[in-house]
Design a protein around this ligand. Sequence first.
Ligand SMILES: NC(=O)c1ccc[n+]([C@@H]2O[C@H](COP(=O)([O-])OP(=O)(O)OC[C@H]3O[C@@H](n4cnc5c(N)ncnc54)[C@H](OP(=O)(O)O)[C@@H]3O)[C@@H](O)[C@H]2O)c1
Length: 330
Amino acid sequence: MARAVRSVVREFGPAAEVVRTERYEPAAPGPGQVAVRMLLAGVNPSDLVTISGAYASRTDLPFVPGYEGVGVVEATGTGVTGLRAGLRVLPLGSAGAWQQTKVTAARWCFPVDPALTDEEAATAYINPLTALLMVRRHTIATGARTVVINAAASAIGQILIRMLNKEGISPIALVRRRRSLDRLPGDGLTAAVCTEDRPAADAVREITRGRGPDVVLDAVGGTEGTELGRALADGGTLVHYGLLSGRPLSWELAQDRPDARIVLFRLRDWVHAAPPDRLTAALTEVFALVREGTAASPVASTHPLSHVREALERDAEPGRRGKVLIRLDS
Ligand SMILES: NC(=O)c1ccc[n+]([C@@H]2O[C@H](COP(=O)([O-])OP(=O)(O)OC[C@H]3O[C@@H](n4cnc5c(N)ncnc54)[C@H](OP(=O)(O)O)[C@@H]3O)[C@@H](O)[C@H]2O)c1
């Protein structure tokens, strides 16, 4: 019988309904490739969106999901230098973390800081690096002082708050339900607002005394993201990096606010364009931020791969506190 188990998606749809597990025989690594025995993988919104079929035109079926996870190099193909069996790595740049052995290009495997636990390593890439790049390029570099974060109780929202606090900025945090307010820190915020109580843009205008924020870090899109963009200070920046509402920003925003910068941020674009040494340097930086807690994420629950659907149902629960992980070595 084939010796390994993997998740597989053969039809697009809600993750908890369409993700299955199957046995398979991992291929031997070819030239320039390594086989990585996966230990732990995270469940992220980008996995769920891909499984849903939102990117159907650029996703071939069947596929093994999972853009983030940590594993150990098991075998190397010919011509591989710098990686050896036993080294703990993050295999990046492609899906496939939700399987026991991922065979992938050696150049996409990055050694992990030995000081990180497997749980820290499994959540040390997507949200920490996205947050670092957005804070650096679109907040610090622009001299922003007033920053709004929506979906602020999300894993990345909490990292953004701590990163901004390190830079001396106390952001305005928005959450969609009152219960989520208690997942926000007690200090380091200019204000914490529940958008159930009042529209986000009205609250932000009032808190900024009509001036508007310099930067909005928007993970919601739709009406909320669009209205926050309209509320920006003169020459402000809206960084749109998530679509939690399932709806895009209105195309009228750019017309209504020609002075504003509207930036679409996608980690995937940066990672695939960055020279490898730049990516290595950025990962070294985020590993340190995870280690000190600034970019760390709490873990809500861990599930064996054989119970992947249970993991996906847990992930869909509202008000979840932290990331859901899939254990691959059990
Ligand atoms: N562009 C990129 O490269 C990139 C990289 C990393 C993350 N992201 C995006 O960042 C977002 C958050 O990711 P994550 O891993 O931090 O997620 P997460 O920890 O799973 O948290 C999701 C959060 O979103 C909130 N939420 C869901 N729907 C919402 C809505 N319609 N309005 C307001 N809040 C809503 C939930 O609030 P409740 O708890 O109150 O239900 C929850 O706090 C996702 O959209 C993800 O795709 C993008």
